[in-house]
Design a protein around this ligand. Structure first.
Ligand code: ZN
Length: 242
């Protein structure tokens, strides 16, 4: 059986990323849904770690786009904006070049990968039934994997009118039925009240999805942020997963 690690929103939190990669163990491929950088203290290390993963598919997130100057900074709140400017000052030319070649959307055999939504791949949050249905109407594949909201969620609709919504939690498995939109949650800045790093495992032969959570050394990331003079707010929120 093929095991694919599906992960999103690392946000330069290397400690969380390493915990996820170790917890997932051996996988056949890595599908990353955007926002490698922004908020966290180790943007270069995170880009280098992801760049080196074998069988990697990766799309661009809104923070990645902003760091590249492809999105107006006014779209972001003050805390996020400051981190984007700081990240720009930190990233090596090679790591900026890696971010710059990320596509907005990748279509595999049966899955579309985007950061936001199928309708607006970089910016739209899939957070309601109506937004999910709008994206399903545009999907060229039975399934879409999205990030951006930092919440582990899914929507499934077998008839384009009714839709089932569910929230992910550690160890929860779902048999995917077309059409479906799945979000693995966030590696580096969870916002669903569970501070553990979030990811998912996808088994394409069975169309099986499993949400996973793993503890990581949150205070290590927080200390790095505070020692570098980065936002105390963004450091503190990691401990509560909000
Ligand atoms: Zn994000």
């Amino acid at each position: 059986m093929t095991r694919i690690l599906v992960f999103s929103d690392i946000h330069a939190n290397l400690t969380a990323l390493e915990a996820v990669l170790e917890d997932a163990g051996r996988v056949d491929a890595y599908w990353f849904l955007g926002d490698l950088v922004g908020y966290g203290p180790q943007p270069n290390e995170c880009v280098e770690c992801v760049r080196a993963l074998p069988n990697l598919l990766a799309v661009m997130g809104n923070h990645d786009a902003a760091v590249l100057g492809k999105m107006p900074l006014g779209w972001f709140n003050a805390e996020a904006r400051n981190m984007i400017v700081w990240t720009q000052s930190q990233l090596s030319p090679q790591n900026l070049a890696f971010l710059a070649q990320l596509p907005e959307k990748i279509i595999t055999e049966s899955v579309s990968l985007v950061h936001g939504s199928i309708r607006k791949p970089i910016t739209e949050y899939v957070v309601s039934d109506s937004i999910a249905l709008a994206s399903m109407a545009l999907m060229e594949t039975p399934f879409a994997f999205v990030g951006h909201s930092h919440h582990p969620l899914c929507w499934q609709s077998e008839d384009t009118k009714t839709i089932q919504f569910c929230k992910g939690q550690n160890g929860k498995k779902v048999g995917m039925k077309p059409k479906a939109i799945f979000n693995p949650g966030s590696v580096g800045q969870p916002r669903d009240g569970d501070p553990r790093a979030a990811y998912a495992l996808y088994t394409p032969e069975e169309h099986l999805w499993e949400w996973r959570r793993v503890e990581y050394n949150i205070s290590q990331t927080q200390n790095l942020m505070l020692n570098m003079g980065l936002s105390p707010y963004n450091a503190l929120r990691l401990a509560v997963g909000k």
